[in-house]
Design a protein around this ligand. Structure first.
Ligand code: LLP
Length: 427
């Protein structure tokens, strides 16, 4: 589905648009998002899970009204985790019953708004929230569909998972010590709530399915305990998001159909073993849908060789448009995209324009030794958690998100202006 190509002149095109033209029209830095690729990935998840399951795109990865409309058209649901994300979804016309609301400390106002709007599910994250939502729903004369988020004691990252004490974090209600069972007991007693299922999210950038296997086993174990204690079989389970993408060539992500098959098999097997009706499964991929669909286009400003070390290549953005390198030591690749070069590769570090030495975009990269100011370079796989975590550090203006499709480009989020920045300044 990817529509990235390099012409004979070395100029990269995406969705039929050359990066040189994109830079002229929209300026740099810019996130360039391939709309066809986004839609194809969304559709692949939808198709892989089929009619018997639900795919909730995790809006925290990147959300805008255009994205909400694409999801709507491709038949996906939406996971939001703040009032702001909820407002974006509703203002773009997403049907409230297709929205799931997450978060470990949703405010009373946010919860009221969600219940009033009629969101399809609120994922309860604490004992206080169980009571809070039940109260709000009763006051509003309704019953709110809810799931309870539990922590199964598995934390998965990349190629490994650790099944130890990872209840030691802020999300969810621990399965350990009977706390999750107690939460279920309380939720079932409150008439403002309709408990529809159990939720588990085990981590991010995961390639290995074994963490999901352990999580599914434990979630199904809880469903069985609920059946035995209360005589109810909860109809749904949500296994969260976290599926990994390729940031560099070392990463080997699984395809949606493989993931769907693996998760469905695990849940079915575990349920059959416990003689439970197989619940409806839902998942919440964010990164796996939007991550690979965008790259950040930068213009090179200065090139500074440090003898015997490396060459520092400064671009016109940095940690304000991609905090992931500084925050997580994330790895990215980079390429010259505005021309061909047969110069030798040089060891480079791509850095931003911020007043901070940790302002690194790509830590170790090889770029052609003739790289010069004015060249355009692109950092792939920046569709997830880059624009959504962008900041105004140093009063830098946040870049636009430009969607390209079939030879046309339009900003779906425009570039910030100094006026935008000053609008918040009082006095
Ligand atoms: N569902 C829940 C309940 C989550 O907490 C998350 C992510 C997702 C779904 C989506 O996960 P994904 O499929 O996108 O991995 N800022 C970090 C990632 C934080 C993820 C937080 N929760 C980063 O840049 O890697």
């Amino acid at each position: 589905a990817r529509t990235v190509d390099r012409g004979a002149d070395g100029v990269v095109t995406v969705g039929g648009m050359s990066v040189v033209r994109l830079a002229e029209e929209f300026g740099t830095p810019a996130y360039v998002l391939d709309e066809s690729d986004f839609r194809a990935r969304a559709r692949a998840w939808r198709t892989a899970f089929g009619a018997g399951a639900d795919v909730f795109y995790a809006g925290k990865a990147f959300l805008s009204r255009a994205v909400v409309r694409w999801l709507d058209e491709e038949g996906l649901n939406l996971d939001v985790c703040s009032g702001g994300e909820l407002a974006t979804a509703l203002s773009a016309g997403m049907a409230p019953e297709r929205i799931a609301f997450h978060g470990n400390n949703k405010s009373v106002q946010e919860l009221e708004r969600a219940v009033r709007a009629g969101v399809g599910r609120i994922v309860l994250d604490s004992f206080q929230e169980i009571v809070r939502v039940a109260h709000i729903a009763r006051e509003l004369g309704t019953r709110q569909r809810v799931q309870i988020r539990i922590t199964v004691g598995v934390e998965a990252h990349t190629h490994e998972f650790i099944a130890t004490a990872h209840e030691d974090q802020k999300f969810g209600i621990p399965l350990a010590g009977g706390q999750a069972a107690e939460a279920v007991r309380r939720a079932l007693q409150l008439d403002g709530l309709e408990l529809i299922g159990i939720h588990s999210h085990i981590g991010s950038q995961i390639f290995d399915m074994s963490g999901f296997e352990v999580a599914a086993h434990r979630v199904v174990g809880l469903l069985k305990d609920i059946r035995d204690e209360h005589g109810v079989e909860l109809p749904e389970i949500d296994l969260g998001g976290g599926l990994g993408i390729a940031y560099t060539s070392d990463d080997d992500p699984r395809e949606p159909h493989e993931i769907a098959k693996a998760l469905t098999e695990i849940v079915t097997r575990e349920c059959e073993a416990a003689s439970l009706r197989v619940p409806r499964i839902s998942v919440e991929p964010g990164r796996a849908i939007v991550g690979p669909t965008a790259f950040t286009l930068y213009e090179v400003g200065t090139v500074k060789p440090l003898d015997g070390l490396r060459t520092y290549v400064s671009v016109d953005g940095g940690m304000s448009d991609n905090i992931r390198t500084a925050l997580y030591d994330a790895e990215y690749s980079v390429a010259l995209v505005s021309r061909a070069s047969d110069a030798e590769p040089m060891l480079a570090r791509v850095v931003g324009k911020h007043c901070e030495s940790g302002d690194i975009v790509v830590k170790d990269a090889f770029l052609p030794a003739d790289l010069a100011p004015g060249d355009l370079i692109a950092v792939p796989a920046t569709g997830a958690y880059c624009r959504s975590m962008a900041s105004n550090y140093n009063h830098v203006l946040r870049p636009p998100v430009v969607a390209v499709r079939d030879g046309e480009a339009r900003a779906i989020v425009r570039r910030e202006t100094e006026e935008d920045l000053l609008r918040l300044d009082v006095g």
